[in-house]
Design a protein around this ligand. Structure first.
Ligand code: SAM
Length: 278
């Protein structure tokens, strides 16, 4: 038992929290598992934590039981609020619950940097949140690490290396500014209701500075364009960047006939610098 609160199945029955597909709800009901996921984010004693989508609160309880000093939990589904209020009462002063959309919340108004982000993300906004966390104009960001549950296929895209089918925009943006690894994989049965696919927890640690110099907005644009037509040669895929794209590619040391999938992080950054200069 990790705390004195009722088991999650009971919480869900009491508050009638039937999972809604439209909210991307697949709940974790095993508190030993949620405590393990919480620990994957590193030592939590006294830590500031942002949790997106606490739902009935399994992971929230794991974070608090593992010693998090302050958890800011942002939940869109108001049905979950009474269950979360019970957790807040069991951990006085350590849990703040906001009813709203994680895409619109200003975490800095509630947490002091650096905070950790830990979340079993709703599949429909997970990638968008990750890209936002990875692409602020300046670095380091206010968070020190992201420990995030994704569909396994998305997790593989984040950690993929050049030449791999999963290698693309997410890999470049994540690995440019973070150390990344898959920390755990989970079968569908770990969730209620079980999703159709396997899931994985990705752990990203913010580097003190990006691995190579580049303007984040330019890098994001170049990489998105390059991978948008990933089977084309880059001179064709990147035509939209200007008539001198072949020169830009050569200046970055990339053969114009190369395909996005084979271009490594350092070369993408060199290309972003070359495009920004032009
Ligand atoms: N953390 C819980 C767990 O592990 O059992 C629930 C995870 S469930 C996959 C995703 C949660 O995110 C749901 O509770 C859902 O209501 C919530 N959610 C969906 N869209 C959201 C959004 N835009 N902002 C905040 N929460 C959202």
């Amino acid at each position: 038992m990790i705390d004195a609160l009722p088991p999650l199945r009971e919480v869900i029955a009491t508050h009638d929290l039937r999972a809604k597909k439209s909210m991307g709800q697949n709940f974790l009901l095993d508190l030993n598992l949620t405590a393990r996921i919480a620990r994957l984010s590193g030592p939590l004693e006294g830590a500031q934590v942002l949790e997106v989508g606490p739902g009935p609160g399994g992971l929230t309880r794991g974070l608090l039981a593992e010693g998090a000093g302050h958890v800011l939990a942002v939940e869109k589904d108001a049905r979950c609020l009474p269950a979360l209020a019970e957790i807040a009462a069991a951990y006085p002063g350590r849990l703040t619950v906001l009813n709203g959309d994680a895409l619109e919340v200003d975490a800095a108004a509630h947490l002091s940097a650096p905070w950790r982000v830990v979340a079993n993300l709703p599949y429909n906004v997970g990638t968008e949140l990750l890209v936002r966390w990875l692409t602020p104009a300046s670095w380091p960001p206010p968070w020190q690490s992201l420990t995030l549950m994704f569909q396994k296929e998305v997790a593989e895209r984040i950690v993929a290396a050049p030449g791999n089918k999963a290698y693309g925009r997410l890999a470049v943006l994540a690995q440019w500014r973070c150390d990344v690894r898959i920390a755990m994989t989970l079968p569908p049965e770990a969730f209620s209701p079980p999703p159709k696919v396997h899931s994985a927890v990705v752990h990203l640690t913010a580097l003190p500075a990006p691995r190579h110099e580049a303007d984040p907005a330019v890098l994001e644009r170049v990489v998105a364009m390059g991978f948008n037509q990933r089977r084309k040669m880059l001179r064709a895929a990147l035509k939209g960047l200007g008539p001198d794209i072949e020169d830009r590619l050569r200046a970055a040391g990339i053969p114009p006939t190369e395909r996005a999938e084979r271009v490594g992080l350092e070369a993408w950054c060199a290309l972003a610098r070359s495009v920004a200069q032009a």
